[in-house]
Design a protein around this ligand. Structure first.
Ligand SMILES: [Zn+2]
Length: 412
């Protein structure tokens, strides 16, 4: 999908860091950011007074089980749990089926300004390596448009059958770059966590856990994961998705866990759309929201991100891979509405998200890759509030998506 004849670009008059500046791109990277730069042979793209950001980063998403909400009669009030529904559907996934649905997710994400995506790929007795084969194909096909990174993900646990451990190792041997654990799917959560650390150590890959989705404080694992991270020298190489249980702890133990996460340099990815759909179903009053305490984590120095997670499946039937939407959902659900918070919320899908998954050369600075999104807004607060159009999406300095929104007001 890359165009070898694409010319270098000069983005003219965009709002960069709150000021009107030009962004000069050469050979896929940002060469200079300053006012009134000469085109110097570059094609000029006029983005006058529009907000320029580094491209959005989806840090936690499941393209392999997207767009299946209409496949099950079970997705009705009082039906089986999303976990049971998806496990059953997964048995009939073919490589081509996963490929088609995941491709739609990737195309939508690019249209919505996403330039890097780290996706969980389920590997277990039900789907074996068929999902991985489909996502690996897409990873090759989208090179130059979207950096797709893959996590070998143990959604069904590692001790419930005789094949999952071997399949996960096979995926890592084949070059999948991270291991994804899911402690709450095994009866002994600590044994699951230990197995993941042992395996990640053996293959030299980072870890990403689906952790602490329960509202019962006794189910907490993030304290144990933080201790293991330090004990095994994994600081800065562990990310945790969900962390809902933090929201159910008393303030003092919560502060202790947050300090331990900061100490272990663990990054936290909150998944607000899914939590709001799934959590609090049994509450008679004071419905539990289940959103990780983003402001407190961030204030303690923890790298925090928000991501889309599920797309049109039983876990989030209205999920859509649009990081700008997740920023708004997080603002509503986690009480992040004051002016300071509105100013940093977009970091949760850009710079902070990039840090969470260890992206190099990312950002709005000279020398960084020219992965950019230009929004029809003047500042982050307006972009979030109006869910601004993503006018241009650039990957490596090349326009990979262009969107327009037209509306006509007829009188008065
Ligand atoms: Zn997930």
């Amino acid at each position: 999908m890359t165009d070898p004849n694409a010319r270098d670009l000069l983005l003219r008059g965009g709002l960069v860091g709150g000021r009107r500046q030009d962004v000069a791109i050469r050979a896929g990277r940002i060469e200079r950011i300053a006012p009134d730069l000469p085109p110097a042979g570059r094609e000029v793209l006029d983005v006058g007074d529009r907000l320029v950001l580094p491209g959005f980063v989806e840090t936690h998403i499941h393209p392999d089980k997207a767009f299946i909400a209409d496949r099950t009669e079970g997705l009705r009030a009082g039906g089986p749990s999303p976990l049971a529904l998806v496990a059953e559907l997964k048995k009939s996934f073919t490589e081509d089926d996963v490929y088609r649905r995941a491709r739609r997710v990737l195309e939508l994400a690019v249209r919505h300004g996403c330039t890097t995506m780290r996706a969980h790929v389920e590997i277990d007795a039900f789907v074996e390596l068929r999902g991985l084969a489909a996502l690996a194909r897409l990873q090759r096909e989208f090179a130059g448009v979207l950096d797709l990174r893959l996590i070998a993900f143990a959604q069904e646990g590692v001790f419930n059958d005789g094949v999952t451990q071997g399949l996960l190792r096979e995926a890592l041997r084949g070059g999948v770059e991270a291991l994804g654990g899911c402690p709450y799917m095994d009866r002994d959560q600590r044994a699951h966590i230990d197995w993941c650390f042992d395996t990640a150590q053996a293959f030299g890959v980072p870890l990403d856990f689906h952790a602490d989705t329960a509202e019962d404080p006794a189910m907490l694992t993030s304290d144990y994961i933080a201790a293991q991270t330090v004990a095994r020298g994994f600081q800065g190489r562990v990310t945790l998705g969900h962390l809902c249980t933090l929201d159910a702890l008393e303030p003092e133990p919560r502060a202790r866990v947050i300090a331990a996460l900061a100490e272990a340099r663990i990054s936290v990815i909150s998944l607000p759309a899914t939590e709001l759909h799934v959590k609090g179903r049994g509450d008679r009053r004071l419905t539990w929201r289940g959103i990780a305490p983003l402001a407190a984590l961030r204030a303690a120095g923890v790298t925090v991100a928000v991501s889309t997670n599920n797309i049109v499946n039983p876990f989030t039937p209205y999920g859509h891979p649009d990081p700008l939407r997740q920023a708004l959902v997080a603002a509503m659900a986690a009480h992040l509405g004051n002016l300071d918070q509105m100013a940093w919320l977009l970091e949760l899908v850009t710079t902070s998200a990039a840090r969470a998954i260890g992206l190099a050369d990312y950002g709005l600075a000279e020398g960084c890759r020219a992965d950019l999104v230009v929004l029809d807004a003047r500042d982050p607060a307006q972009a979030i509030t109006e869910q601004a159009e993503k006018l241009w999406v650039l990957k490596g300095g090349r326009v990979v998506a262009q969107n327009t929104r037209t509306s006509e007001l007829r009188g008065p």
